[in-house]
Design a protein around this ligand. Structure first.
Ligand code: CAA
Length: 301
């Protein structure tokens, strides 16, 4: 984490933040929110997942402490602001901003969010961390289109500077302003984009990944050399296959299926990706994808 993100925050205002979904993204978003002074509750439908994510955040903060990036008091305060909720409705009451980081499936997002709407106060902003699904559709089907906005974070959320604020067709100006201010308050740089499939980032990002997979399938080079090409030749911090491992092959497959439907065949997922997902080779979180992951580091296969 850069020291920049640890400076006093001019946009700081302590809010109640609820994060639904305690996977990689939900955990990272909750960490940032708690570190930035917000009372943060984390919930996951999988029993034990939110508790495990809070523990994992504790480990991340210990690492930051041992590097001198934060002090003991900051670690202590961040952990004090953070809790795992065992009941979703409890996590929602009194919240100012709810962020859903549920897998990329509209039905699933609706199934989790709809029963919680009456537990939310009428002023609560509903942010979705979707990478590609329609914010307009989510807001409309929830019946709160003016308060629904895309809050798209990037993995690893504690490190990456960007938040894509996605304005649905009926998202109000006030909601966009709140989302932008919230992102700035987290030390992030927001960009406001229109609600089109894949927004401004995923649409470009996945096309590199999908082409790299096609190159691997057709034997152009090894996974490691395809990545090395982009790392050394284009100065990308991480090649497209390594990045797919970091993001999760299942996440990328869901985005590609959606964009194929919405935009066209240039996004059609390669058979290799689908079979790797079926085999459970989901990338870093599973210990294996295009690389084997040992102690958090990729090892060529
Ligand atoms: N959580 C918290 N901090 C982390 C972290 C994590 N998971 N992973 C790395 N870091 C921190 C490290 O602690 C380190 O901090 P310091 O500089 O303070 O020591 C810093 O990040 C750099 O890490 P490393 O030195 O271990 O490794 P690196 O220099 O290779 O950087 C990286 C790692 C930040 C992940 C870098 O490789 C990178 O930027 N990769 C590209 C990431 C990217 O493109 N993300 C977007 C994916 S697309 C997406 O998320 C959107 C979507 O919708 C799917």
């Amino acid at each position: 984490m850069s020291t920049e993100t640890l400076k006093p925050n001019p946009f700081a205002m302590s809010l109640h933040v609820t994060v639904l979904g305690a996977g990689t993204m939900g955990q990272g978003i909750a960490q940032v929110a708690a570190q930035r002074g917000h009372t943060t509750r984390l919930f996951d439908v999988i029993e034990g997942q939110a508790v495990a994510a809070v523990k994992a955040i504790g480990v991340q903060l210990e690492k930051l402490l041992s590097k001198g990036a934060i002090n003991g008091e900051q670690r202590h305060q961040a952990m004090n602001r953070l809790s795992a909720a065992l009941v979703a409705r409890d996590a929602c009451s009194g919240t100012d901003i709810l962020i859903e980081a549920i897998p990329e499936d509209m039905h699933l997002k609706l199934a989790v969010l709809t029963p919680l709407l009456d537990a939310l106060s009428p002023h609560a902003l509903v942010g979705t961390n979707t990478s590609s699904l329609s914010v307009t559709e989510l807001g409309t089907r929830l019946g709160i289109p003016e308060r629904t906005v895309g809050l798209h974070f990037f993995n690893p959320a504690p490190v990456m500077d960007l938040v894509e604020v996605v304005r649905g067709l009926e998202t109000s100006d006030a909601s966009v302003v709140r989302a932008v201010e919230f992102a700035r308050g987290l030390g992030k740089t927001p960009i406001v984009v229109r609600d089109v499939p894949g927004f401004a980032t995923s649409r470009l990002g996945v096309i590199l990944g999908v082409e790299a997979m096609r190159m691997l399938e057709t034997g152009v080079a090894s996974a490691e050399d395809i990545d090395r090409g982009m790392e050394l030749g284009y100065r990308h911090p991480m090649g497209p296959l390594k990045l797919t491992d970091l993001v999760g092959l299942d996440v990328r497959l869901a985005i590609l299926d959606h964009l194929t439907k919405e935009i066209g065949p240039q996004f059609r997922p390669p058979p290799l990706l689908r079979s790797m997902v079926r085999a459970g080779r989901l990338g870093k979180k599973a210990g294996e994808g295009f690389y084997r992951w040992v102690d958090g580091h990729p090892v060529a296969k």
